[in-house]
Design a protein around this ligand. Structure first.
Ligand code: HT7
Ligand code: ZN
Length: 873
């Protein structure tokens, strides 16, 4: 397959100004008539042929300005349509195609989910509906007529505003016409037809425009859409208040579907969602589900400006909309919930997903320079690291200039397909700063490591910090330049008092910019040997090596004014112990008691003040985090043993207090998903988990009681999760009870699949294989596959990485099966192998052989072949 390169970008030789689509929905033979108003692009090659993209479409008719084009003058295949000598003036092309939405198991283009029709066009799905210039810089105004059987699809939705609807006399068919006045690329096109229930409300924008908001779901589940609708309204208000961005159509519709490759899609005025991120009730959704729904509803809504009004010139610029929109949704969630708690959660995800990607053979820059399959670049690097870059920009230039830069970017680039350069240019202009060095963040892959050494001079009362930075080699990038790294920092006295810092290298917001390979800064008037608190709020996506003792770190846990670094200090101490225990290095009893005593003090003094924060502090780094820290010759069994042991020690040392939390924090009133209530449940459930790690009988008793009496899914699932750590009849009984209770709730059964797939025991692989035959499982449904197979491969590092290679062989088999149906899903599953090189030798060899066998398999999709080949490079 060809490599697409950023440096080869050429403007399209033709533009499409208007599109009229007539879609006659039918389960197997849907007819699409596309009428395209084309004209030569003055910026494109003047003599170029017209080459339209296509993918599995059947051409039924083709005419130019109303006349059929003779067969000799065009060439059509399932993959494209070429007219060698198109007119060099404006003209109209009418294309009739036939497609089969029922046979579409890839879930790209027009497909059916639970009998309803829906579309997914990002990145290159529109070409599966009709031949088109399917690239984001070709922006057109769309009018869509949708026709369907009234019984099969009483609801017909399109982009933009509704224009007309009616019955077709003498038939059982009806139609609706939608017009979207905002020019958009084809990837933002959508339509929906089906039997759907609805919840809605009116919204008045800041300038007084009335907008009808609606969320469409499976009939009977309308009540479960109320939270999503509320989150939408709050998102719209927030974007007005914080970014000055107003909505621009008469309607905003969201549709939930059960078969979806990703979380959701920001189609103009018609967002389509994985139902997992819409439907919620206390009985079926956890606190985490509610938080995810809020974040994803916000994310897709925010795309209306960062992505739709200002879109991307080409797919290399994906971070321009995704990184920026993730930043915006993170800020929204931080404002709606607890900022420090949310920041810790963001960083946990970033480290688990993006740092691991950056350390793997799949590492790539936030703005890649080449790809074979764009679907494989919807990655943690583009999304999460992309968001960190925007956050650093804001840290460096300050809040006021950031907002001025955003305003300039939106205003200047409105209605255009922009680049990362356009984005940075807006901030350069408002600040007068040269951001060319900063832009390395978009181009250089790999996680920089910053090493910091502190020296106190008692006589001079100065404290010096020496910094060095280095970014490891990544595929295609052996040598790295130093990055511009904002370091938010402060000093804390050994007794915990904050020290007034003064250094001419640190700005008023407490930020030092490290932009050389090494640099130092000196604080003056420092009365005693301080403890430095660096990268406050995780001010840059880097790894840090800091020569602080555990005792000093525990001073930060107790006293730092920065909540993120309090959490980080506890994590660093725990990580040191876990790495040592995992690798057989010396760990003294005093080392462990040091941490557990500090946590005891934290539990007594602080935990109840902010339970959500306490729950995070009391959660040890995951087994995958520990593996990443060890990074070479990893033995997952040893890691599991080490973590279990440290957890047992911390639980035992604090069991009385933990038990008290468990009793004290029980939910009394009706369930509410708000952050404070969720925080209390989180602490209670972390306490239960620690108790069970220390005293199995007590843990089992409390978990069983909680399971029986829980008034919401968060508590029920948390107790079941604790029970799954305790082999025996109680666990199996609870699992059976749970599956019977929720037998008609696929999204809840997904949690049940995932829980069992992550049991850290030898029999798990056999259990997972058995569950693939469960009536609720289907290899065609991405949520089911991700819950069972994805959880096993991505969230059970001990059992996936079994020393006998059976976990790898299983995943390979499923990837190959899934690849025949849904290549995107298969390719994502396959990324579970990305850490294979850091495993110890036996596992490494098994993984390599398995990857090689996949690579040699005939008829791999482009998606899977791209991932497998890059994984082996
Ligand atoms: N922009 C959306 C990306 C997306 C997607 C990409 C490829 C294949 C299927 C997909 N569904 C959604 C989602 C987002 O980031 O908002
Ligand atoms: Zn997005």
């Amino acid at each position: 397959t060809p490599v697409i390169r950023l440096e080869d970008y050429q403007p399209s030789p033709f533009v499409i100004e208007r599109v009229e689509l007539d879609v006659r929905l039918h389960p197997t033979t849907t007819r699409v008539t596309a009428t395209l108003a084309l004209k030569p692009n003055p910026k494109g090659r003047p003599d170029a042929p017209l080459v339209l993209d296509g993918d599995e479409v059947n051409l039924k008719g083709l005419s130019l300005d109303g006349r059929a084009i003779p067969a000799a003058e065009f060439e059509a295949s399932a993959q494209g349509l070429t007219i060698a000598q198109p007119p060099r003036r404006p003209f109209t092309l009418t294309i009739e195609t036939e497609i089969d939405p029922t046979a579409n198991t890839q879930l790209m283009g027009l497909y059916r989910s639970s009998g309803n029709y829906c579309t997914q066009c990002e990145a290159e799905g529109f070409r599966r509906i009709t031949y088109f210039l399917d690239r984001p810089d070709v922006m057109a105004v769309y009018t869509t007529r949708i026709e369907a059987d009234r019984d099969e699809a009483p609801v017909l939705l399109g982009n933009g505003n509704p224009v007309e609807a009616g019955n077709i006399a003498g038939t059982n068919r009806h139609y609706a016409v939608w017009h979207d006045p905002h020019p958009k690329p084809a990837y933002l096109f959508a339509l929906v037809g089906g039997r759907l229930g609805k919840v809605g409300k009116d919204f008045t924008t800041m300038s007084g425009r009335k907008v009808k908001l609606a969320v469409y779901v499976e009939p009977g589940k309308e009540e479960r859409a109320a939270y999503a609708l509320d989150a939408l309204e709050r998102s719209m208000r927030w974007d007005e208040r914080v970014f000055g961005r107003e909505y621009d159509l008469d309607e905003f519709n969201i549709v939930a579907v059960s078969d979806f490759n990703m979380g959701a899609m920001e189609n103009k005025g018609l967002n389509i969602f994985n139902d997992k991120y819409v439907l919620a009730s206390p009985e079926t959704a956890t606190d985490m589900d509610y938080a995810n729904i809020e974040a994803i509803i916000a994310h897709e809504y925010f795309h209306n400006w960062s992505g739709n009004r200002v879109t991307c010139r080409d797919w290399f610029q994906l971070c321009l909309k995704e990184g920026l929109t993730v930043f915006r949704d993170q800020e929204f969630s931080s404002d709606e919930r607890s900022r420090p708690v949310h920041r810790i959660a963001e960083v946990k995800t970033l480290r688990a997903r993006q740092f691991s990607e950056d350390a793997s053979p799949l590492a790539h820059p936030v703005r890649p320079t080449q790809y074979r399959e764009i679907n494989n670049f919807y990655t943690a690097t583009v999304y999460e690291k992309g968001a960190e870059i925007v956050r650093m920009l804001k840290t460096i230039i300050g809040e006021a200039d950031f907002r001025r830069g955003m305003d300039l970017y939106f205003d200047r680039c409105d209605g255009t397909a922009a680049t990362v350069e356009d984005f940075l240019q807006a901030f350069s202009e408002v600040t007068g700063r040269d951001l060319s060095h900063f832009s390395h963040w978009y181009a250089q892959a790999g996680t920089p490591r910053v090493t910091i050494k502190g020296t106190y001079d008692e006589a001079a009362q100065t404290y010096r910090l020496d910094f060095t930075q280095a970014t490891p080699a990544t595929p295609g990038q052996p040598n790295k330049e130093p990055m511009a790294i904002p370091v938010a920092l402060g000093l804390v006295a050994q007794d915990g008092r904050p020290l007034a810092t003064s250094s001419d290298r640190v700005n008023a917001q407490g930020v030092f910019i490290l932009d050389k390979a090494s640099d130092s800064l000196t604080f003056t008037n420092v009365p005693s040997h301080p403890v430095p608190s660096v990268f406050r709020g995780f001010s840059a996506p880097v790894k840090t090596s800091l020569d602080l003792s555990n005792t000093e770190l525990l001073v930060l846990l107790r006293h730092d004014s920065d909540a993120f670094n309090r959490w980080q200090a506890a994590q660093t101490v725990a990580m040191r112990l876990l790495v040592a225990l995992s690798t057989g290095a010396a760990v003294t009893d005093a080392d462990i008691t040091g941490l557990s005593a500090a946590l005891e003090m934290f539990i007594e003094d602080d935990a109840m003040r902010d339970p959500a924060f306490a729950a995070l502090v009391l959660t040890l780094p995951s087994e995958a985090d520990i593996a990443q820290e060890i990074a070479a010759d990893v033995d997952p069994d040893a890691i599991h043993k080490a973590r279990t042991e440290l957890k047992r020690r911390i639980g035992s040392a604090n069991i009385g207090q933990l038990w008290e939390f468990h009793q004290l924090l029980a939910d009394l009133g009706p369930y509410s998903p708000d952050a404070a209530s969720a925080g209390r449940r989180a602490l209670r459930n972390v306490a239960l988990d620690l108790i069970a790690g220390a005293d199995k009988r007590l843990g089992e008793r409390l978990a069983r009681e909680q399971f029986d009496t829980a008034g919401n899914m968060t508590d029920r699932l948390a107790s079941l999760s604790v029970l799954t750590t305790l082999p025996g009849a109680a666990r199996e009984g609870a699992l059976t009870q749970f599956s019977e209770r929720y037998r008609d709730e696929p999204l809840v059964l997904d949690k049940w699949f995932a829980l069992q797939a992550t049991i850290l025991e030898e029999g798990t692989l056999e259990r997972v294989k058995g569950l693939m035959n469960h009536p609720a499982f289907s290899i065609n449904n991405p949520n089911r596959v991700r819950s069972l197979v994805g959880s096993f491969a991505m969230a059970n590092q001990m059992q996936f990485n079994r020393a006998d290679g059976a976990g790898y062989a299983f995943l390979a088999e499923i990837v190959l099966r899934a690849d025949e149906l849904n290549p995107q899903l298969a390719a994502r599953l396959l990324t579970a192998f990305s850490a294979w090189r850091m495993m110890e030798e036996t596992r490494r060899k098994h993984a390599q052989q398995t990857l090689q066998a996949i690579a040699e398999h005939p008829n791999l999709s482009r998606d899977v072949s791209d991932i497998v080949n890059r994984s082996l490079e």
